[in-house]
Design a binder for this molecule. Structure first.
Ligand SMILES: CCCCCCCCCCCCC/C=C/[C@@H](O)[C@H](CO)NC(=O)CCCCCCCCCCCCCCC
Ligand SMILES: Nc1ncnc2c1ncn2[C@@H]1O[C@H](COP(=O)(O)OP(=O)(O)OP(=O)(O)O)[C@@H](O)[C@H]1O
Ligand SMILES: [Ca+2]
Length: 546
């Protein structure tokens, strides 16, 4: 074994082939140097170098007694290379397969000398111990009733083995009721014992973890969540999501796939993805946090209806989506919003948020916002509305997407160019239109066409917004801002007969939960939390230059 300038190099055996294995400061590389007689092609060295970044090594361990075991089962194979090289170590590492899927792969190297074998294990472990962003202790919450009720099985069969291999200690809590995880985090859990919290479930379960953690941190720091302008304290613990729900849009939009093993590996390598959180208030009283969709009208009605059919599992959303589509309700109200600065782009600029996103890396200082907020308070009432835009109208849907909300139903999401951590949310207003038009709009969530390219849809990137449903007595008689040539091509007009658009109210779908108030104020808290994720990777970088 050579050890010059921290580069370690040995000739070892892998699958009966002689390989040169090199450990650079951040990369493990190996290449075949002599082909076995069966596969001889006349060359003495293969050019194919395999590489693994050290930060993507899950673990290394001595492969105990492998040679002894082989000897016992195949005594005649005594002359095979693995018998000549009886000591071995196995490196487990992240291998990218298709479509953002990660798998844990193993490579075993054999050698003649026990000391060399042990040295290899030691030096790789030394390099791994320098990776301080890796979690060692995790608190895991499993919702046994999320999605298709497979949470416990998914964790035991697919996730726990990866954590064990990486030497991560876990405390596992299988929830016994709704809000069990939230309340435990809020009041009981000793957060100092952990480097992160893992959520096994869907978006609703994630919402529990989010509320438990954020509320706990604010309480510990004496921050009053009821103050809409309070500067919230970011959470130092990262959250990992093992998808086991119905939509799992937070997992999909931050990893590009809903796969438990991929999630487990992002946790093991200690990824960190900051994320915006919207705080929702009603008349100065805190209601909820949201990280994905705040939807009034269509998505509020879909959720309300789907709650009655929970037993159907994930299919409940399709049934309720279909029913809500047929009802074709629209709702009057006033939306006011504070547009975002120009440096965060526009919802239609087609610049998608990807791993290492430049727009999200730009420091959107919460301090500036705070100072601005306190200045705002001192200004006269009419001045505090400066910069705000106001829109009155009848809407089929009002959606605020703080991230793309990509999910298997809509792989590009509700707002394909929304950013995970830019301090803004994309406010999508879908005005009253015909069923056929709304159908076209929905359909575009599933293909490459621009779902915002309709006369009845507008989209704004905003830092704050408010919604006020029309009070029956105060509702304007005509909606002046509506498109002048907007024929309602609705073929099912009888369904509308009992529907009074001047009194009707929908409800807000807040990350899959119903809000009990319709008049709300929403403010984006830039990068309030961090996930064990890295955003969607642009391309699969299988090979690393060394
Ligand atoms: C023609 C096909 C059009 C398909 C259009 C699909 C658009 C789907 C957009 C999905 C956006 C999900 C946003 C994520 C929200 C989560 O925080 C939340 C909690 O998990 N999930 C839902 O509220 C669950 C929301 C689930 C919504 C499902 C809506 C299904 C609509 C079906 C309309 C059928 C029309 C058929 C007409 C013949
Ligand atoms: N032990 C439990 N019993 C009943 N409900 C629970 C339990 N643990 C958690 N819950 C609640 O179950 C609800 C749904 O869970 P989850 O989000 O995991 O699945 P889902 O609704 O199928 O998926 P999605 O939110 O992705 O659509 C959550 O709101 C959560 O509060
Ligand atoms: Ca955002």
């Amino acid at each position: 074994m050579e050890n010059q300038d921290k580069i370690i190099c040995s000739e070892l055996f892998q699958k009966q082939r002689k390989v040169e294995v090199v450990l650079y400061p951040a990369v493990l590389a190996w290449k075949e140097i002599e082909k076995s007689s069966k596969r001889s092609s006349g060359t003495s060295e293969s050019e194919h170098v395999q590489t693994v970044k050290v930060c993507e090594i899950v673990a290394v361990h001595k492969t105990e007694d492998e040679a002894d075991a082989q000897l016992r089962s195949h005594p005649k194979r005594i002359n095979q290379p693995s018998q000549q090289y009886p000591h071995a170590f196995t490196v487990s590492y992240v291998r990218r397969t298709r479509q953002h899927l990660w798998r844990c792969a193993d490579v075993t190297f054999h050698c003649a000398d026990q000391q060399i074998c042990e040295q290899w294990v030691q030096v790789i472990n030394e390099q791994l111990s320098l990776l301080t962003n890796r979690p060692k202790n995790l608190l895991v919450y499993i919702n046994p009733y999320g999605g298709k009720r497979r949470g416990e099985r998914i964790y035991e069969q697919k996730v726990a083995p990866v954590f064990r291999r990486a030497g991560i200690f876990t405390d596992v809590i299988v929830t016994e009721r709704a809000n069990h995880a939230r309340d435990h985090l809020k009041m009981e859990a000793n957060l100092d014992d952990y480097d992160g919290v893992v959520c096994v479930g869907g978006d609703g379960m994630f919402s529990e973890i989010l509320h438990g953690l954020v509320t706990r941190i604010q309480t510990d720091h004496g921050v009053d969540q009821n103050q809409p302008d309070a500067e919230l304290v970011p959470c130092s613990l990262r959250i990992g999501i093992i998808p086991a729900g119905s939509t799992d849009c937070i997992c999909f939009a931050t990893q590009g796939t809903n796969d438990p093993v991929t999630s487990a590996l992002h946790i093991v390598v200690g990824d960190s993805q900051p994320m915006d959180v919207c705080s929702v208030h009603h008349n100065g009283v805190f209601l909820k946090y949201s990280v994905s969709l705040l939807g009034y009208g269509f998505y509020g009605d879909v959720l309300t209806d789907s709650e009655r059919n929970r037993w159907l599992g994930p299919a409940r959303y399709d049934l309720s989506g279909f029913k809500t589509f047929l009802s074709h309700n629209y709702y009057g109200g006033t939306v006011s919003f504070l547009p975002a600065d120009d440096n965060v782009g526009h919802p239609r600029d087609k610049l998608q948020c990807r791993s290492g996103c430049r727009i999200c890396q730009h420091k959107h200082s919460s301090k500036d916002e705070h100072d601005e907020a306190s200045e705002e308070k001192e200004k006269p009432a009419e001045d505090s509305d400066r910069g705000w835009s106001v829109i009155h109208g009848k809407f089929i849907a009002i959606n605020s997407a703080s991230m793309s909300c990509a999910c298997p139903r809509s792989p590009k999401g509700l707002s394909p160019s929304a950013h995970l951590a830019d301090g803004t949310t994309d406010l999508i207003l879908v005005r009253k239109c015909s069923r056929l038009d709304f159908f076209r709009h929905l359909l575009r969530h599933t293909n490459n066409d621009d779902q915002f390219d309709h006369w009845f849809v507008e989209v704004h990137r905003v830092r704050k917004f408010r919604f006020q449903p029309w009070h029956p007595d105060l509702a304007p008689l005509e909606d002046a801002s509506e498109h002048p040539e907007s024929p309602d091509l609705s073929p099912i007009s009888s369904l509308q007969e009992t529907y009074d658009d001047r009194t009707a109210e929908s409800s807000w779908n807040c990350d899959g939960e119903i809000l009990h108030h319709t008049a709300i104020q929403v403010s984006v808290q830039c990068q309030l939390i961090r996930l064990f994720a890295r955003g969607i990777e642009e391309q699969q970088d299988a090979e690393v230059a060394v």
